[in-house]
Write a protein that binds this ligand. Structure first.
Ligand code: UD1
Ligand code: CA
Length: 449
């Protein structure tokens, strides 16, 4: 049975006190919306419909940046979750299958949970709602059960004291056939305490029509929603905690797990060792048996088997380290391939470049890649030796097995095997050192007397 995903993301997020729509605030480097879309990926959704409202264009852009096939619809006025789903239904016309409703601000729904909901649908229930036992049910909608049957959902605002005592709450995730959902959503009214069209009313309506409704239960942690900056920080902590546990379970050593921060898409191979205070931005893959020492920052890069990075190194987007490469302290690499076994150990910037296999880049080397207007490339062949503090003024090519003298400013290509020296020639003045110091001391003595 094909599945469609409807993600509600039109809410204003008033309590964030932000000019950015709530679902575009980032968790582990990706907008909240992307986490919800990823949760839905497990369903292999045939269609994904994102309902945007506040900051609609930016939300729609983010949705399509993540999934170019995502359909976005606008809910001009936020008249309630039922109204929001109604806006999505035209985008599902002609779709024969199940529809799953998720909230854009609820990032942790697990694929296993969505699979369990789908099983309940296959077992013959018409409407399946995801519930959880809340420690503090507070403002959540309550699930009114009769054995396995879900008879209705009542919002806290509209509940009797007896109903408010129910601990089983509505997560907001609902699954039904697109056809059933469309029919039921069309029948919702807004005669309630909030004057809103409640999606939750579809359960009572379904029961009236003799349809079968049930609830699947999940852990409360899964339904954690983000409404405030404090919630966002809490969600980040939850994410990081899980990511660290998963990394270690996958055979990665973290010497100080609580100080390592992963992005939503970080991939680390087994037997890699990660030191303290390492931060992964989006788009990082590290192969097995690598070592990332303390205080490194990595983003949009790939580190191959056996490579060592840091301490205090920064790998920026497009950095590609081949096997057994060494990148040491205070080194920045951007948009550059560093081939097998090459070493860039100290105080260096390598940008828009290719470093050949086994080459050694001396301390303080800089690829001068930017002329103020355009970026240019530096090509360094295999087995080259770049002397300390060489300025490589791009575009420039350094041949295989070539060398540059320390302190050189290289503006022209260096042929294979050549030594290039490009700096002022040294001249020694006999005795001048001593005479100069004595003169300076005399000047100082006159000033202080
Ligand atoms: C909703 C549920 C409640 C449940 C709770 C779980 C309803 C009526 N209530 O309440 O039973 O316990 O979630 O967190 O469904 N949205 C729109 N358009 C709208 C209104 C909301 O897109 O017009 C989106 C919001 O952006 C948000 C989601 O729907 O992502 C939930 O809306 P919200 O107003 O937070 O619902 P709750 O009152 O929390
Ligand atoms: Ca909410």
């Amino acid at each position: 049975m094909p599945t469609a995903l409807i993600i509600l993301a039109a809410g204003q997020g008033t309590r964030m006190l932000s000019d950015t729509p709530k679902v575009l605030h980032r968790l582990a480097g990706a907008p909240l919306l992307v986490h919800a879309m990823e949760a839905g990926r497990a369903l292999e959704a045939a269609r994904t419909v994102v309902v945007a409202g506040h900051g609609g264009a930016a939300v729609a852009d983010a949705a399509r940046a993540h999934d170019p096939e995502a359909i976005t619809v606008t809910q001009e006025e936020q008249l309630g979750t039922g109204h929001a789903v109604a806006q999505a239904m035209p985008a599902l016309s002609g779709f024969a299958g199940d529809a799953v409703v998720l909230f854009g601000d609820t990032p942790f729904i697990r694929p296993e949970t969505l699979a369990a909901m789908r099983e309940a649908r296959q077992a013959g229930h018409d409407v399946v709602v995801l519930g959880f036992e809340a420690a503090e049910p507070g403002r959540y909608g309550r699930l009114v059960m009769d054995g396995d049957r879900l008879t209705r959902i009542v919002e806290a605002k509209d509940a009797t004291d007896e109903e408010r005592a129910i601990k089983l709450c509505n997560s907001g995730v609902i699954c039904a056939s697109a056809e059933t959902l469309s029919t039921l959503v069309g029948a919702i009214g807004n005669d309630n305490a909030a004057g809103e069209y409640y999606l939750t009313d579809i359960v009572g309506l379904a029961n009236l029509r003799g349809l079968s409704c049930t609830a699947i239960r999940c852990d409360e942690a899964e339904t954690l929603g983000v409404n405030t900056r404090a919630d966002l920080a809490r969600a980040e902590a939850v994410f990081q905690d899980r990511a660290r546990t998963e990394a270690m379970a996958g055979g990665v050593t973290l010497t100080a797990p609580e100080t390592v921060f992963f992005a939503h898409d970080t991939v680390i191979g087994r037997d890699t060792v990660i030191g303290p205070n390492v931060i992964f931005g989006p788009g990082v893959t590290v192969e097995s048996g690598a070592e990332i020492r303390g205080f490194c920052h990595l983003e949009g890069c790939h580190v191959s088997h056996g490579a060592t990075v840091g301490p205090f190194a920064r790998l920026r987007p497009g950095a590609e380290l081949a096997n057994d490469v060494h990148v040491g302290n205070f080194v920045e690499v951007k948009n550059a391939v560093i081939d097998d076994g090459a070493k860039v150990n100290h105080l260096t910037y390598i940008g828009d470049a290719h470093v050949g296999a086994r080459s050694n880049i001396g301390a303080g080397t800089i690829t001068c890649n930017y002329d103020g207007v355009m970026k240019h490339r530096t090509e360094i062949g295999a087995d080259a030796f770049i002397g300390s503090s060489t300025m490589l003024v791009a575009p420039v090519n350094i041949g295989a097995r070539a060398m540059t003298g320390s302190g050189s400013v290289i503006t022209e290509d260096v042929p294979d095997g050549a030594l290039a020296i490009a700096r002022g020639k040294q001249s020694n003045k006999p005795g001048l050192g001593i005479r100069l110091i004595e003169r300076l001391r005399a000047i100082k003595a006159r000033k202080t007397n």
